[in-house]
Ligand binder design. Structure first.
Ligand code: HSE
Length: 351
């Protein structure tokens, strides 16, 4: 039975809670995965703790009803670091809002958990882009897992594909559409919506960052390019090293002109080797309609990996969203369960 501490309860953690509420029995039967949410800690929506486990459906109902936990029995202020270090926490699920400047407060939460020998699952890009190697070393030193499948392409397994399925291949070049919000905006603008209407819709469906400038100015895609450079090409690349242009200057006329020339404007992130260096670039590119990336519409994402053994491999799928990113957290939880499980055996093979 895994004791889970949720720090942050926005869109993504709510997506995970929805899945856990709906699939508790199935996860137990198919994977032998049992869990207790022993604490949920937020900065503005209240906190709850219960060593016997909090019902995820109850947490969602409280959010729906009151926008937080203040009306729930036992609601109180809880110091996130105390909850993380508690003996009733085995796994920290960190989903506080991404801060690309300092990576906080997620960075402190994750550091504290790893030092306290707690496994960590996160979809928070800030701590990764600021301190990936430090956190990876901390996890190794403590003998615990540090997993973050959701930081790129939400639950679409863009990282696990390379880490596990493509193990042994060298990744020579990466090109992708890795920001759902900007792809959604460009798609809606092509259909006739204004930039402002399309952005408002992206915020309403919960795919935009808390501060959507991070999306439209290309920071979010730059962070993802940076993470891919480190993970796939062993490069030490800082966010500031990524050449970056967003979509704020892309007009409806530019979109239509590109289309009349058989191209579609996409915000493309690219990671590549140039001589001895790895470089990363984010920019709006007029992609020929004959290329796979030109057909990726709405909040969908896609990445083409150019590999030595297999040539090009393209993965296409959702890149953002509540349930979609909740799935990424779930797949990380199940990976931890597989690797560190405590004698709970699945009743049948998961495959
Ligand atoms: N704002 C991000 C996007 C969320 O639109 O892709 C997922 O990282």
């Amino acid at each position: 039975m895994w004791n889970i501490c949720l720090v942050g309860f926005g869109n993504v953690a709510q997506g995970l809670a929805r899945i856990l509420a709906d699939k508790r029995e199935r996860l137990a039967a198919k994977y032998g995965f049992g869990f207790r949410i022993t604490s949920v800690v937020t900065a503005r929506r209240g906190c709850l703790a219960n060593d016997q486990g909090l019902d995820p459906a109850m947490l969602l109902e409280a959010m729906e009803r009151d926008g937080g936990f203040w009306g729930c029995e036992g609601a109180r202020m809880i110091d996130p670091l105390e909850a993380i270090k508690s003996p009733h926490t085995d796994i920290l699920v960190e989903t506080t809002p991404t801060s690309l400047v300092r990576g906080e407060p997620g960075l402190t939460h994750i550091r504290t958990a790893l030092k306290a020998k707690k496994h960590v699952v996160t979809s928070n890009k800030g701590p990764l882009v600021r301190a990936m190697s430090e956190l990876t070393a901390l996890a190794e030193g403590s003998g615990v897992a540090f997993r973050y499948e959701g930081v790129i392409m939400s639950g679409t397994p863009a990282l696990n594909l390379v880490r596990e399925t493509l193990a042994g291949c060298d990744i020579q070049h990466v090109q992708g559409i890795v920001n759902g919000t900007t792809n959604f905006i460009l798609t809606e603008m092509e259909k006739g919506k204004t930039y402002e209407e399309a952005l408002a819709e992206a915020q309403r469906i919960g795919i935009a960052e808390a501060d959507p400038t991070a999306d439209v100015e290309g920071w979010d895609a730059a962070v993802k390019a940076c993470i891919m450079a480190v993970l796939f090409m062993d490069a030490t690349l800082e966010l500031e090293d990524v050449e970056r242009t967003g979509i704020t200057e892309v007009s409806p006329e530019m979109i239509q002109t590109a289309l009349s020339r058989g191209k579609r404007i996409k915000l493309v992130a690219e990671v590549y080797r140039e001589k001895d260096r790895v470089k990363a670039l984010v920019a709006p590119v007029a992609v020929p309609l004959t290329r796979p990336l030109a057909g990726i519409m709405g909040a969908m994402n896609a990445i083409t990996y150019t590999t030595d053994h297999l040539g090009d491999i393209t993965i296409v799928g959702p890149g953002a969203g509540r349930i979609e990113t909740g799935q990424a957290l779930l797949s990380d939880l199940l990976a931890i369960h597989r690797a560190y499980g405590r004698g709970e055996h699945p009743s049948r093979s998961p495959f």
